[in-house]
Design a protein around this ligand. Structure first.
Ligand SMILES: Nc1ncnc2c1ncn2[C@@H]1O[C@H](COP(=O)(O)OP(=O)(O)OP(=O)(O)O)[C@@H](O)[C@H]1O
Ligand SMILES: Nc1ncnc2c1ncn2[C@@H]1O[C@H](COP(=O)(O)OP(=O)(O)OP(=O)(O)O)[C@@H](O)[C@H]1O
Ligand SMILES: [Mg+2]
Ligand SMILES: [Mg+2]
Lengths: 256, 256
């Protein structure tokens, strides 16, 4: 059955969506079947895979709030082997709508249980907050992958995030583990990147992925064409790095 | 009485905190008295001004949840003329705590009314979401300043954000106007930046600040020293740009 990975970090703009899309695409290029769940009301992962707003009639919002069958919300993408449950702007109201109901933290977990046997991996893109949408994602996930931008503020939030994952583990999901911390937007021209990278490796050791994602403008251009970077520019440094990350993840799970 | 400006954008990592700190410092260097309010549970603005976690005993959390007098929460910073109301990690629970109470959207507005006559400007740093903390900020503000990162995903969220500001204006704060959209992390080496900049200027015209903030590593280094960039490296491109932004804002208000 599928490994379910929540891509999470409450710090904004650290590469959660970029990692969800490009790691998902890399896994499909390594022969895996992947479902991407867009749990961010901004819907950047849906946009980055060319799912226009008009096509988001049935979204994760419906699955979470009125129990729509997740099969009805699953759509194909332009990437072979990659399907998506898109987001919807109404998702920002979902926290208020389901916030007081029973079972509010396990809606996503129950929905994904019905389709987990059809995929090798399910990747969940989370919003920049530790609210109900992220809690649902951590409850549903077997592991949490933390993209870490190589900058000062991003480092500050890391210890709080790891505490939150531990809390989710002890209160709602005992199986939850940290998949790893992934360094991204690494710029070898500036010493801030190497300082942050050294700091993280010193404190977290083996929990840090060996693959480091460089800052690479092709990665930032790809979503405007609705494509993962390895389809937009397969030879660029960004594409190579995310393919290597996919390989490293598969090796960790002995599934390569 | 003070002009109250909410620095807001639900997209994460677009430079809200960086703009709040550096614009606040620039305004003090132009001779103004400024209060910075950190409404983000991450507390990056507090950290970026060297307010350690130990010094956040009384924070905006207390003001919003149990009516602590805002005067008790105000502290000096290392920048002359700049005071701060720090954040606290408990602020992430404030949405749940005050979410069902009467007057929940105007707590900040009422608190700031008591001190507005002591300052020329009050700048509010918002979290990357359109929840109760941002709504409180829009209710309290006379205007909203929108930092816009010159990248594709950041552009996508802009129309939603402008709608939200209009909604806040019609439902809770008729005086609220858009101060302007400020382009930041502009990298003249890549065409993505100029494409986004042209697109925004075409659609929003005069609402776009003339000053463009370049991508400049000194800006990203400064918070690790607890300083605004104009104190960390006064001659760098980042410092010059934020000083120019301060001047442009003052000119708009005929207060230079
Ligand atoms: N390695 C990289 N090199 C260059 N640009 C990158 C890289 N990774 C991400 N970006 C760009 O940085 C910006 C932030 O990334 P992204 O939107 O994926 O972060 P996020 O954590 O999902 O943000 P949010 O908190 O708003 O959900 C985007 O414009 C993206 O294109
Ligand atoms: N003009 C710039 N040049 C270089 N780096 C910048 C610039 N502006 C901001 N940064 C860096 O980019 C990152 C994101 O900026 P910042 O944290 O201010 O954004 P934010 O919108 O407040 O994020 P959040 O959504 O998490 O609150 C930070 O590491 C910051 O130092
Ligand atoms: Mg995202
Ligand atoms: Mg911030």
């Amino acid at each position: 059955t599928a490994r379910i990975i929540a891509i999470v970090n409450q710090k904004g703009g650290v590469g959660k969506t970029t990692t969800t899309i490009n790691l998902a695409a890399a896994l499909t290029l390594h022969g895996k079947k992947v479902l991407l769940v867009d749990m961010d009301p901004q819907g950047n992962a849906s946009t980055g895979l060319a799912i226009s707003r008009k096509l988001r009639g049935i979204s994760i919002y419906d699955v979470l709030t009125d129990g729509t069958d997740i099969d009805e919300a699953i759509q194909p993408t332009g990437v072979e082997g990659l399907q998506i449950v898109p987001s919807h702007i109404d998702l920002s109201a979902a926290e208020l709508e389901i916030g007081q109901q029973a079972g509010r933290t396990t809606r996503l977990k129950e929905a994904l249980a019905k389709v987990a046997d059809k995929y090798d991996y399910i990747l969940i893109d989370c919003p920049p907050a530790l609210g109900l949408l992220t809690v649902n994602s951590l409850a549903a996930a077997s592991s949490a992958l933390v993209p870490l931008q190589c900058e000062f503020y991003a480092l500050e939030g890391l210890s709080q995030l790891l505490k939150t994952v531990e809390m989710a583990k002890s209160s709602i999901n005992p199986k939850l583990v940290i998949e790893g911390v992934m360094l991204t937007m690494y710029d070898k021209r500036n010493r801030l990147s190497s300082q942050v990278a050294e700091d993280v490796k010193k404190h977290l050791g083996r929990a840090v992925f060996k693959t480091i994602i460089p800052r690479n403008v092709r990665i930032a251009e790809a979503p405007s064409f609705g494509q993962p970077v390895m389809l937009y520019d397969p030879q660029c440094a960004g594409a190579t790095a995310y393919m290597a990350l996919g390989k490293e993840l598969l090796n960790r799970h002995n599934r390569s």
